[in-house]
Design a protein around this ligand. Structure first.
Ligand code: C5P
Length: 411
């Protein structure tokens, strides 16, 4: 898997002789795993055909701001939201000037204005146009706004001049972009996470469940995806939006969750994290029809649910790192450490659910991470911040495990 796996990238091509280099850039980005869409300005159409860009990107090319068909496929705001990164290559003096002014008079500049994704600008123009103070001022404006300008370089120009204004070569553009990206320590790794409660049906309208919101598992999924992992999030019923760049599998009962987890880990997984609040018991049978109330007492017979975490930790294809959660009301450390051992885990994240300010429905959490090697780390903050720190700790554990295994085989 490449540096850009699953990143949504828009290449904005404006009209210049260097437009052909954008075609090669699209090819390189896709080789790195990116999903690429191309927007071409009207000027660009004079230099390269949308058909070439469509073939190379594997997606329809966008050209018009007010094109009913295109807007129905993916409108300009949708495109702006879809992008994780927007690269303008080549960017002409004109497009740079329009960006600096914040204009939105074609699809390219509209998407550039509407997106919150990082913007990269790769200028290409005649040397005098590049050296003109108007262009210099526009470039300074873009840089001040946090837009990254890559290139241009000096050399022979299509117009016969020799000087600054040549578009970077596609490999150089790729390097300039990937070098500026945040590190992806879990790039190429697969992480499977359970989240939320499970629902155990009593009859067609009733179920047993718990108050888990799924927030911690979702935050972990977001942080793992951000760290570059391929993430499968298996969740019980929750009212949460999926983080970007993850695969989500929705389930209801513990048995369904177990089946989905075993399926997800069967194709090789590096880290399994069980953050779900799985119901320990389910009704011994599910009534086909709604249970009618009577004047007498009603007893429910329950059977134990499978322990998903324990099953994964003892499976033949056990992921190298298996992590559990422990929600405890007292003697948190002792109970968590006991679970760590009995469930054969590499680490367990314990939280004290007797505290009313943290836990199940809160956005805030305070946890302690106990590892099988005896270390303990305490973390506190928003669930997202705690999730990021946990993912960083799991990454380190995975790396040191890999180093130890290498050491054993070599030694
Ligand atoms: O045993 P206990 O339910 O306290 O353990 C909690 C941990 O085990 C959590 O990580 C939870 O996701 C996991 N678990 C599970 N399947 C169950 C019960 C708990 O995966 N049936």
């Amino acid at each position: 898997m490449g540096h850009l796996s699953n990143r949504n990238i828009i290449i904005g091509v404006s009209g210049g002789i260097a437009a052909y280099k954008a075609a090669e850039l699209v090819r390189l980005l896709r080789r790195e795993g990116a999903i690429v869409r191309v927007i071409m300005s009207r000027g660009a159409l004079a230099f390269i055909t949308p058909l070439s860009m469509q073939a190379l990107s594997g997606n329809p090319v966008h050209t018009e701001l007010l094109d009913e068909d295109a807007e129905m496929g993916m409108g300009h705001i949708e495109l702006a939201r879809w992008a994780d990164m927007l690269i303008l290559a080549p960017a002409t003096a004109d497009v740079i000037a329009r960006l600096a002014q914040g204009r939105a008079d074609d699809l390219l500049t509209t998407v550039a204005l509407a997106t919150t994704a990082p913007l990269y600008v790769a200028p290409a123009m005649n040397q005098n146009m590049w050296l003109n103070p108007a262009t210099a001022t526009n470039i300074a404006t873009l840089t001040e706004r946090g837009i990254t300008v890559v290139g241009p370089i000096a050399g022979d120009q299509a117009c016969g001049d020799n000087g600054p204004g040549r578009l970077l070569e596609p490999v150089e553009m790729l390097a300039a972009i990937t070098n500026r990206l945040p590190a992806r320590p879990l790039g190429g790794k697969r992480v499977v996470i359970t989240a939320g409660p499970t629902r155990e049906a009593l009859d067609p309208v009733r179920y047993l469940s718990n108050h888990s919101s799924g927030k911690m598992g979702f935050a972990l999924a977001g942080a793992a995806a951000e760290a570059g992992a391929e993430v499968v999030l298996i969740t019980g019923p929750v009212a949460l939006e999926s983080p970007d760049h993850i695969s989500r599998v929705d389930v209801e009962s513990a048995q369904e969750m177990l089946a989905a987890v075993m399926d997800a880990v069967s194709s090789g997984t590096d880290i399994f994290i069980a953050a779900a609040a799985v119901a320990d018991y389910r009704p011994i049978s599910v009534e086909a029809q709604k249970i009618k109330k009577t004047e007498s007492e009603l007893s429910l017979a329950l059977v134990r649910n499978p322990d998903i975490l324990k099953t994964v930790a003892n499976a033949t294809n056990r992921p190298p790192l298996v992590i559990g959660f422990a929600a405890e009301t007292h003697q948190v450390a002792q109970h968590a450490n006991l679970k760590l051992v009995t469930k054969s885990l590499d680490a367990i994240v314990a939280n004290d659910v007797s505290r009313s300010d943290i836990g199940f429905n809160s956005d805030y959490n305070a946890v302690a991470l106990f590892t099988a090697l005896g270390s303990e780390i305490t973390l506190e903050g928003s669930k997202r911040v705690v999730a990021e720190s946990l993912i960083a700790a799991f990454t380190e554990m995975l790396e040191s495990k890999a180093t130890n295994i290498m050491g054993t085989t070599n030694g």
